[in-house]
Design a protein around this ligand. Structure first.
Ligand code: HEM
Length: 465
């Protein structure tokens, strides 16, 4: 069968958009949790619109030029939203993901070199080694006929890769394993966007974190401190390490020559753990779900990997040759952008397109709605990786694709994530067939990242072709 035709018919799961009143009712009946279900049908058609039922002014912006204005933020009036900053503060303090102005600029200049393509090339060995180890687990699951949770599998593998490339330690070490376990507690408790509170609260009302979240953060920071100390101690000359942590420890501010303090190092390296594994795990879970329900796509991926790399090791240089793998990754990021919303706040009254935003208005730039917007995409709800093929470039609307954000706050780890994801997709699709159990029950929800509402279980077997 001709693969492109088959794919144009595949419509992966998503909540059906309803009228504003029905959307609100759906959220009230289902309880806290799914911001995606709150988005009314017109959020996928408007250039800019107001979520009319909230006490706080909440404005969803889709039009690419307006999105650019907000995210590039030359006027300096759209910082990151304070609710998100507060939620992340106990874990990552005033680190690069949430800081602003001069503080952010200094941090970004010091950290960017640690994620350069040269460094990604060096981290490739860690990515490959972690995948080798994970394949052993999957081989065993295939032999024993066990089913696996795709979400847990991908969280484990991406956390292992972050630990190895940042701290030169694998998830088998007790400290790294503790960080991973406590992070799961953090993700579960902080993740639920308290929707009804969001709707009912006025702007700038401080929200206290639950004790369980604060405790988990304290434990994570203590363990990160141990990992930092292993790189800082008297015997640990930084030349002994050749990882991302050592590069950040050595980084100096271009203006003052100062280095990060120990507390700042814990903040910044916490960001790597937070931003660097949850996001990649989210998109890879969706890629595997698609492979586990669409055998034709899976076979096409495998055929490409075998053409490029045969049955041997996949090298850094192979990654850019695997165009279909890249397009499957891009199309999955379009339909399931891990960072569902990029929330900002209007610090002064301002006009946004046809609307006036009050001071304190929450401005939601939402990759989720922009990527599924009826006027920006052809058949937006269908999974069609070939839309990213060079031959169809003219179909794409500039500014309508932003899984890594836009402007100065664009993802610092995009290169790392792209290489890591392509490697994992290529290796797992070449070696295994996945079969999703109960695929009809799978639905996405917006938590800390875009995740399935319940774990996706799948059977795994060694590929026979
Ligand atoms: C598929 C995987 C990933 C996606 C989709 C993603 C997406 C994003 C997005 C949308 C932002 C901007 C947020 C905003 O403007 O509010 C961001 C920021 C950031 N990401 Fe990623 N990310 C991914 C992987 C990574 C990885 C692997 C790392 C590190 C190794 C990383 C590190 C960061 C950092 C440090 C920032 C903050 C940048 C700043 O504010 O200057 N990300 N990411």
């Amino acid at each position: 069968m001709e693969p492109a035709r088959l794919m144009t018919r595949f419509r992966p799961p998503a909540p059906t958009p309803r009228s504003p009143v029905l959307s609100l009712l759906r959220v009230i009946l289902q309880g806290e949790g799914n911001l995606l279900a709150l988005l009314p049908a017109n959020a996928y058609e408007n250039e800019v619109g107001r979520l009319g039922y909230s006490r706080r002014d909440i404005i969803v912006v889709n039009e690419p030029a307006l999105v650019r204005r907000i995210l590039v933020n030359e006027e300096g009036i759209f910082p990151k939203n304070e609710l998100m900053v507060e939620a992340l503060d106990p874990l990552v303090g005033n680190s690069m993901f949430v800081s602003d102005g001069q503080v952010w600029r200094r941090q970004r200049m010091m950290i960017d070199p640690a994620l350069s393509m040269m460094r990604v090339n060096r981290a490739f060995a860690s990515m490959s080694a972690a995948t080798d180890d994970y394949e052993q687990r999957l081989d065993k699951a295939a032999r024993d006929g066990e089913s696996i949770s795709l979400d847990l599998a991908m969280s484990h593998l991406t956390a292992d890769i972050i630990c190895r490339s940042v701290f030169s330690t694998s998830l088998q070490s007790e400290t790294a394993r503790q960080v991973f376990e406590d992070f799961k507690v953090f993700e579960r408790s902080v993740a639920q966007v308290k929707l009804l509170r969001l709707i009912a609260s006025p702007a700038f009302k401080p929200a206290r974190q639950e004790q369980a979240v604060l405790d988990a953060c304290e434990r994570i920071r203590a363990h990160l401190g141990e990992l930092v100390d292993s790189h800082l101690g008297p015997d640990a000359s930084s030349t002994q390490w050749n990882d991302i942590a050592s590069q950040i420890i050595d980084a100096q501010s271009p203006e003052s020559g100062e280095r990060f303090t120990r507390k700042e190092l814990i903040d910044q390296l916490g960001v790597f753990f937070l931003a660097g594994h949850e996001t990649t795990a989210s998109v890879l879970t969706w890629v595997l779900f698609i492979l586990a329900t669409q055998p034709e796509i899976s076979r096409r991926v495998r055929a490409e990997v075998k053409t490029v790399a045969g049955d041997g090791p996949i090298a850094f240089e192979h990654i850019r040759e695997m165009r279909y793998v890249r397009n499957v990754f891009r199309e999955t990021l379009r339909l399931y952008p891990p960072i569902t919303f990029l929330p900002r706040v209007a610090m002064e009254k301002t006009r946004i397109g046809t609307l006036t935003a009050r001071r304190g208005a929450m401005i939601m730039v939402s990759p989720w709605t922009i990527h599924r917007h009826r006027k920006l995409w052809k058949a937006p709800e269908l999974f069609d990786p070939d839309r990213f093929d060079a031959s169809r470039e003219a179909e794409l609307t500039p500014g309508a694709y932003l899984p890594f954000g836009v402007g100065p706050r664009v993802c610092a780890g995009a290169g790392f994530a792209q290489v890591e994801s392509a490697l994992i997709i290529a290796r797992l699709a070449r070696r295994y067939d996945f079969t999703a159990l109960s695929p009809a029950k799978v639905q996405p929800v917006a938590r800390l990242t875009t995740r399935p509402s319940r774990q996706i279980m799948a059977r795994v077997s060694r590929a026979s072709d």
